[in-house]
Design a protein around this ligand. Structure first.
Ligand SMILES: *Cc1c(COP(=O)(O)O)cnc(C)c1O
Length: 428
């Protein structure tokens, strides 16, 4: 028997410490740079933005140094033949197997998410001649909306907007109302970047297919925090970031997924030499490669795709279901603290309360959050701010601890209290 919890102010801290002790993923946290308790307090007190830019792993620091010295420094241009040509596809297969539920040969690491969205969305609408609409939602991430605006202008299509709730997300019913015989393509985020709402990938994909429309899922906020089953959901196309929960580093390239049977049907618009059948033939005209390689364009960013492999390896070892279980426990704990500490100051939860509808982050609203975030950053507590009122708390299951979450929420409470009292914020 464990002794009863002390009642009072520190019950949550006691809980957080106990959760860290029994956490089956706790041994991953020390593998990240910046998680050691340093005497000079150089590390952030709480990093709550791993959903925007994940922490680096110590293994990646070694991997990159090793790569520069040996693979690049010694093998020089021979590296392309020896492994780099295959690396974008090999990492894609690893990611497919351990993180996004995709059989080999359908996933590649390529350009930025924005550029991959363009390439796959353009290929998709061009494969549905005569269809005039792209379905999207009003609260999708800006780049997704902007790219589709551009494609619509370029191809003479119109955008059909689903008005999505900023505290929830797109429902199958809304998609059912929006799709029809005019729909070429539906583009949605699997986990909403603002609210963290998880869209019903399986039902929505099926609804689109009933109308013979294609679906492109943006997995930027789900990859590495919740299980994704692209093959099982019969998804057509997907893209996602690698610098968020995959800890690939600032600007690490995105991945793209094209279902096997669509690969020979779709024609992507940026026809570069790296997507051709025989890259070094330097032939007179573009002949696309068979398979997923044809969705590549130019020379892949090899150095920038090194780090994500370490996190993909950890997820494979830990199991994405375990990652999700910890993610749910972290977001539940966060909501408990918000309800108890922050709600009395007027803070509201702007993410789903039902964990089955909630991804890896929690957004909380209050008119003072812009100022609160600025003060928190100055005190080494790092969530992010989303206009107009939202403070977004990202909880990256492999690197975030329960005590770190406690510390972060306690700091938010103290700073908000300080702001509301017209003071500067944290006390010592
Ligand atoms: C982070 C994010 C992006 C980022 O795209 P980049 O091209 O890497 O800047 C795109 N879409 C969604 C949904 C995101 O969350």
């Amino acid at each position: 028997m464990t002794p009863p919890e002390p009642i009072g102010l520190d019950a949550h801290l006691t809980f957080a410490r106990r959760m860290d002790r029994i956490d089956g993923l706790a041994h991953y946290r020390p593998r990240f740079i910046g998680t050691d308790a340093l005497p000079d307090d150089a590390n952030p007190l709480a990093y709550l933005d791993g959903n925007s830019l994940g922490r680096p792993t110590k293994a990646s620091a070694e991997r990159i140094a090793e790569f520069i010295t040996h693979a690049w420094g010694e093998r020089l241009i021979r590296g392309w033949d020896e492994s780099w040509m295959e690396l974008p596809l090999r990492i894609g297969d690893d990611l497919g197997r351990s993180v996004i539920g995709a059989a080999p040969g359908q996933t590649f690491v390529g350009d930025s998410t924005t550029v991959l969205l363009y390439k796959l969305a353009r290929a998709a609408v061009d494969s549905r001649p005569g269809r005039t609409e792209i379905v999207l939602d009003s609260d999708n991430f800006p780049t997704d909306r902007y790219v589709l605006e551009g494609i619509a202008a370029e191809r003479g299509l119109s955008l059909r907007w689903i008005v999505s709730s900023t505290e929830g997300g797109v429902t199958p019913e809304q998609v059912r109302d929006a799709v029809g015989p005019r729909t070429a393509l539906v583009v949605l985020s699997h986990v909403a970047y603002r609210s963290g709402y998880i869209a019903d990938m399986r039902s929505i994909t099926q609804i689109a297919h009933e109308h013979d429309a294609l679906v492109l899922w943006d997995l930027s906020h789900s990859t590495g925090s919740i299980p994704v089953e692209l093959d099982l959901c019969d998804v057509d196309l997907a893209v996602g970031c690698s610098y968020k929960y995959l800890n690939g580093g600032p600007g690490s390239p995105a991945f793209g997924y094209v279902r096997a049977d669509l690969q020979e049907v779709l024609v992507q618009p940026i026809q570069g030499w790296m997507g051709t059948k025989d890259v070094f033939a330097m032939g007179p005209e573009y002949v696309p490669a068979t398979g997923i390689r044809r969705f590549m364009s130019g020379t892949p960013a090899i150095v920038a795709m090194l780090a994500m492999q370490d996190t993909i390896g950890m997820i494979e070892e830990a199991g994405i279901e375990q990652v999700r279980a910890k993610s749910v426990a972290l977001t539940e704990f966060t909501i408990t603290l918000v309800d108890e500490w922050l709600a009395p100051m007027g803070v509201t939860v702007a993410s789903p309360r039902e964990s089955s509808h909630r991804g890896g982050h929690v957004t909380i609203n209050h008119p003072a959050m812009r100022q609160v975030t600025t003060t928190l950053w100055a005190h080494d507590v790092i969530p992010d701010f989303r206009s107009p009122n939202g403070l977004r708390i990202g909880l990256s299951p492999l690197s975030t601890s329960f005590v770190e979450t406690y510390d972060g929420l306690a700091a938010i409470r103290d700073v908000l209290r300080g702001v509301l009292l017209g003071q500067s914020g944290l006390t010592a």
